[in-house]
Ligand binder design. Structure first.
Ligand code: M6R
Length: 373
């Protein structure tokens, strides 16, 4: 039931604060001795030297955020592969490696094939090459669930809209849980820092609610200008680069507008040639490590007459001057920001598609689970 919402996608966008709360409750039990509980056995990942993640689509974007967290918080080298690529060109076998499959449905053929291949090629090897597989899924009862011994359940609830929204947020939460659990067990993080991050995570549901309450109407108005737009560029850096990819994918999927996501620093290596007054640029510019860089990349876009839409928590004169349109989100530390910065991008894609009168929940050519190769 849509419960008064025009589309399932919008309902699911609005369910995200609740999903984050459910994940917080499941993964972070509020105890100093056991700060994170994912239900995974300690010997499962104590001696890890590397992680490889396979996924497709939006789940692949969540995996890219996951890579950032696993490397920056837990210090474990991590690579992310498309299921469809990995299955035909797998990474050479390495010892003490965890392979993670991320799939909300647990039924995506390419992701399952990649995991199945990994399981098979590691079996029968000496102990150090043993298959260590972890699934991150919204459907523990799925084929993925039957294939692997260890699962992180993402607690998103059933998602009907073909465009993944709340299950993406839930996958991000699973990666915060995993990265923090690993960091804690490997003593890669201080107790204070761990507490600080978990406290920050607990604030996010209210921050998402604030975006929904204060920005949805604004975005609904804003999209009047973009119904005829043919191309969009999304840029971000660091942990927000995958969010730029996700914003572009959402727009492509449901509004059929051509959109690309780039790490902002790459624009000058080619894509900037596309820019003119007809190509808006959405820049994710959160304070932190790369804020100044994103701002200077945005200035370069503005100099090519692109209309600039900023998703940022900075509300100073500089930001107001650079961005033609500014969508504010709460001022959280950079490492937590993807949970907030993706929300305006979901709303932007939704409202453009809805305004164009498109079938938001069942976009053309797409299926909710891609069970064929
Ligand atoms: O069920 P999965 O997470 O494995 O699905 C992977 C992709 O097919 C999926 O994320 C697709 O990209 C969505 N329609 C994105 O909105």
């Amino acid at each position: 039931e849509k419960q008064g919402f025009k589309h399932f996608m919008l309902k699911e966008i609005y369910e995200q604060p609740g999903v984050v709360r459910a994940c917080l409750e499941a993964y972070f039990p509020n105890s100093a001795e056991i700060p994170v509980t994912l239900g995974l056995p300690a010997d499962f990942y104590a001696d890890l030297e590397q992680i490889q993640i396979v996924a497709c689509g939006t789940s692949w974007h969540a995996a890219l955020v996951g890579k950032y967290l696993l490397e920056q918080l837990a210090g474990i080298p991590t690579q992310v592969q498309y299921g469809s690529e990995f299955r035909y060109a797998p990474t050479p076998l390495t010892a003490n490696t965890l392979t993670i499959g991320v799939t909300q449905s647990g039924e995506t053929a390419d992701t399952l094939a990649a995991l199945g291949m990994e399981k098979e090629r590691r079996q029968g090897k000496e102990f150090k090459y043993e298959a260590r597989l972890l699934g991150i899924t919204n459907r523990p009862e799925s084929t993925l669930g039957q294939m692997v011994d260890n699962i992180i359940n993402t607690h998103g609830g059933i998602e009907i809209g073909v465009a993944a929204t709340k299950t993406f947020i839930a996958q991000l939460m699973a990666f915060y849980g995993l990265a923090l659990d690993l960091a804690y067990r490997r003593q890669a993080i201080t107790q204070d820092r761990l507490t600080e991050i978990i406290t920050g995570l607990r604030q996010l549901p209210a921050d998402i609610e604030a975006i929904l309450e204060t920005q949805e109407k604004y975005i609904e108005q804003l999209v009047h200008d973009f119904v005829e737009t043919k191309d969009f560029i999304f840029v971000g850096r660091g942990i927000n680069f995958p969010i730029a990819l996700e914003g572009a994918l959402k727009l492509k999927e449901i509004s059929y507008i051509h959109a690309e996501g780039y790490p902002a620093g790459e624009m000058k290596h080619g894509p900037i040639a596309l820019l003119d007054s007809k190509v808006p640029v959405v820049a994710i510019a959160m304070p932190g490590n790369v804020y100044e860089k994103v701002i200077s990349n945005s200035q370069e876009a503005k100099a090519r007459d692109s209309r600039l839409i900023g998703v940022t928590s900075v509300n100073d004169g500089e930001a107001a001057e650079i961005f033609n349109d500014l969508i504010p989100v709460a001022d959280v530390e950079e490492i937590l920001s993807p949970i907030l910065t993706v929300i305006p991008l979901q709303l932007l894609a939704y409202h453009i598609a809805a305004r164009k009168g498109l079938d938001v929940d069942q976009p053309r050519n797409l299926a909710k689970s891609v069970t064929v190769e």
